[in-house]
Design a protein around this ligand. Structure first.
Ligand code: GUN
Ligand code: ZN
Length: 441
């Protein structure tokens, strides 16, 4: 955070319109609300201003008065994104496997150069904050040095992440492959350095890219690491495209389906994040739910690679933990506003409630990443990760036009989801600290 002035350590009360989610059908809107944050960045209270006013005075909170055009919301959670694909987002190819071969592996190979890794890491972590993403589950490359640089950069800029070195020992260019023993030693060392650092803002994940770039020795070694470090995350891809699933059948002929490959090596559990899961059978969904694994739905990416249609309502109705992911660079943009919209448009015949989309981008993502006790909404005791949005550019947000609070909340949500982008983000806070402020035009 060297490039930003840290706020002096004191208590702040943010007064203005506030919206946050408690469940997929309970999103609360306070037209004149107060978010009270103490000097340590912990939420003391969030309620109507009249209800918190006496606390503010009694405890000497400094009042930050927002304008009627502002809206205060929890920071967004990007449940699946690739740092080393920033420079090649939006490069088209026939399908997933040819896209990896044509664009992605060559770009990821460039991260052997530390100065390149440094410049993309800066770009990426600043861009997350400018888009209002306060927690992200991040894929890196297979280079330990570039991975170290990514952690250092996230720590310095104040980001909150779940991330780890990408582990590949087969079926990729030699420049990205390493032997399983070497990868396992490198990733364990990185984990020991970084897991839980920066007051828990930095969390480590074991990241086998997907089944096809993993030998059984590698998957089995990762299973052993999971036993040794039960609170470390596992993040990978699952069941994204039909050609990929066919190839998995060929490479792991003993597995009854794709999920069984990860199951066999003990990779699925409460801190497992699985990107996509588009073509899962009912039986696979049931097993994933039984194991309490999370899915990351990445609709922008699914449109771009023509991967198929995720069964969003079915997954929600089964109570699987689910977050939204930008999946940059298969997804073209980092903005969770765009991802919420794409999640709506992806469903051909079902209207997804606006509340549900907002929930998925905030509390749902926090639950998917097992961080709901720390963040996701403004419950007292949580860490204050929030955005000050500036809605002045969007005419339908003129609150004068809409009087009833319930209607106003609906209009706000509608505009955020269908018209929102990074231009709405005026300021981003993580644990009460300012980590991004929009430049003055
Ligand atoms: N499957 C394996 N690697 C990747 C990747 O980089 N992006 C996506 N979308 N799917 C993958
Ligand atoms: Zn991905």
């Amino acid at each position: 955070m060297s490039n930003l002035n840290r706020l002096p350590a004191k208590n702040y009360a943010y007064r203005g319109p506030i919206m946050h989610a408690f469940s997929r059908d309970d999103v609360r809107f306070l037209a004149d609300g107060g978010l009270l944050v103490d000097a340590a960045g912990t939420i003391v209270n969030c309620d109507d201003w009249q209800a918190v006013k006496s606390l503010v005075t009694a405890n000497g909170f400094e009042v930050v008065q927002l304008s009627p055009q502002n809206l205060l919301v929890p920071g967004f959670v990007d449940a699946h994104v690739h740092l080393p694909q920033m420079a090649v987002a939006g490069c088209q190819a026939e399908n997933l496997l040819s896209w990896l071969e044509t664009h992605i592996f060559a770009e990821e190979s460039r991260f052997a150069d530390d100065s390149y890794a440094q410049s993309v890491s800066e770009w990426f972590f600043k861009a997350l904050l400018a888009n209002g993403t306060t927690l992200a589950a991040v894929f890196l490359t297979s280079h330990p040095s570039a991975s170290q640089i990514a952690f250092e950069t996230a720590q310095r800029l104040g980001n909150r992440v779940v991330m780890g070195q990408n582990l590949m020992d087969v079926n990729a260019p030699a420049s990205l492959l390493r032997s399983a023993p070497q990868l396992l030693a490198e990733t364990e060392a990185l984990c020991q350095n970084w897991h839980g650092q920066a007051d828990g803002r930095l969390q480590y994940a074991w990241v086998p890219r997907f089944a096809l770039t993993s030998s059984e020795a590698l998957l089995s070694g990762i299973g052993a690491l999971r036993q040794k470090y039960p609170d470390v995350y596992l993040h990978t891809h699952l069941s994204e495209q039909l050609t990929e699933i066919e190839a998995v059948k060929g490479q792991f002929p003993w597995a009854e389906d794709y999920t069984a490959v990860y199951e066999r090596f003990g990779l699925l559990g409460g801190r497992t994040i699985l990107a996509h899961g588009i073509h899962l059978s009912d039986d696979e969904l049931t097993r994933l739910q039984g194991l309490d694994a999370s899915l990351a739905h990445c609709p922008g990416s699914n449109f771009f690679l023509k991967s198929g249609r995720f069964r969003l309502m079915e997954v929600l109705n089964r109570q699987l933990r689910l977050g939204l992911g930008s999946d940059v660079g298969a997804g073209p943009e980092l903005s969770l506003f765009k991802v919420m919209k794409d999640a709506q448009y992806m469903q051909a015949d079902t209207l997804i409630p606006l509340k549900t989309l907002f929930y998925l981008a905030t509390l749902g993502g926090a639950i998917a990443l097992d961080q709901q006790n720390r963040l996701g909404n403004f419950e007292p005791g949580k860490e204050a990760d929030f955005l000050i949005l500036d809605l002045s550019a969007k005419s339908c947000l003129n609150s004068q036009k809409v009087n009833k609070q319930a209607n106003q909340a609906k209009r706000l949500l509608s505009t955020l989801i269908y018209q929102g982008d990074d231009r709405l983000v005026e300021a981003t806070y993580i644990c009460g600290q300012l980590v991004y402020r929009r430049p003055i035009a």
